[in-house]
Design a binder for this molecule. Sequence first.
Ligand code: UD1
Ligand code: UDP
Length: 383
Amino acid sequence: MQKIKVMTIFGTRPEAIKMAPVIKKLCETPEIKPITVITAQHREMLDQVLDLFQIQPDYDLDIMKSGQSLTEITVKVLQGLERVLAETGPDIVLVHGDTSTTFAASLASFYQKVRIAHVEAGLRTNNKYSPFPEEMNRHLTAVLADLHFAPTEKSRENLEKENIPADRIFVTGNTVIDALLETVDADYIFQNKELKDIDFDNRKVLLLTSHRRENIGEPMKNIFEAALKIIRDNPDTELIFPVHRNPEVRKLAFSILGGIERVHLIEPLDYQPFANLMARSYLVMTDSGGIQEEAPGLGKPVIVLRDTTERPEAVEAGTVKLAGTDAGLIYDTVRELITDEEAYKKMANAVNPYGDGKAAGRIVQRLLFEFGLSDNPGREFGR
Ligand code: UD1
Ligand code: UDP
């Protein structure tokens, strides 16, 4: 049988988590020959996801360097992929989301006239610099892509407004929910000593993550100072912050929150302990994109430490609040949830506007249909 060659290209932790369910499905599909390429824009944070989901890349560009610039990432990905694409001749390339790997991989594929399918397409803030550079990475990828796998109806609408033909958009749900459902387990036991010792039943555990480029500097300082005051003023709370490996984030985090009682600055967690930590936390404070999608599914209120979000669905459902990066506003928003049980209950509803755990299956089915290998066009998420 003539198989279609489907190449998946990704480089960072969240792309790997969200592409893992798709790669699994591609590998299970007899009509498809999967080719997995990592740019390794991230290294340790990517490798732990590959280990967890047992993904063995066919090509590893190994581009990461400490304190890398956006230009360095873009140039190295473009150069590295030229040879890989020429050597393997894929029928289609799958990219994910909005990182610099995503955009550069799309551009490299376009240069070789290879079709591009964009997974998690259509998220928009329509603010060029927020998030930076992700908003432009998404726009630029959309312009280059031939097929758009939008996670929600809202993302479909965004693409339609940009004149992407309706028949090039397919709503799948977000693959992050596929990964999450496979990973959270009520009986999970933490290996990390610090997490093992936390009394999740009797303490209010606040989970913090922050890494966005546009927050580095004053906004991130505000975030950490607000977190510090919250912990100091509320003796029944504990703060857990798995600190991203970006050296600038680490410097700020340790200078403000290092050595403080009931503050646990830990290394980035592997996905399995992290997902299970989310499930046991009281609330989540974050500027992450993926965590905004996961935590609502676990019934955890999310305070978003950004001025904009491209993920309005959970805000509308009432489980996510935008607090921005003003220390006072962050403090007041979190404080209310710690002290006002009614306010907490109102936000702590499990909702899943982002997916139903079947997104990867929809993507692969649609690929088969696109290549004439199946008559079944598939059914979209929510329809
Ligand atoms: C990148 C993405 C961002 C995504 C985030 C997920 C871009 C421009 N940014 O941001 O969209 O939300 O990943 O986490 O594509 N580092 C390590 N080890 C690692 C990973 C990172 O040491 O495993 C350090 C390196 O010093 C690296 C720095 O972190 O230079 C920044 O990594 P980079 O990928 O450039 O940016 P992120 O902030 O991680
Ligand atoms: N995550 C993880 N370990 C951590 C922090 C986050 O595995 O210590 C996971 C999280 O569950 C989510 C993804 O990483 O699936 C989000 O990655 P990140 O916040 O770095 O990027 P973003 O989603 O903002 O692009």
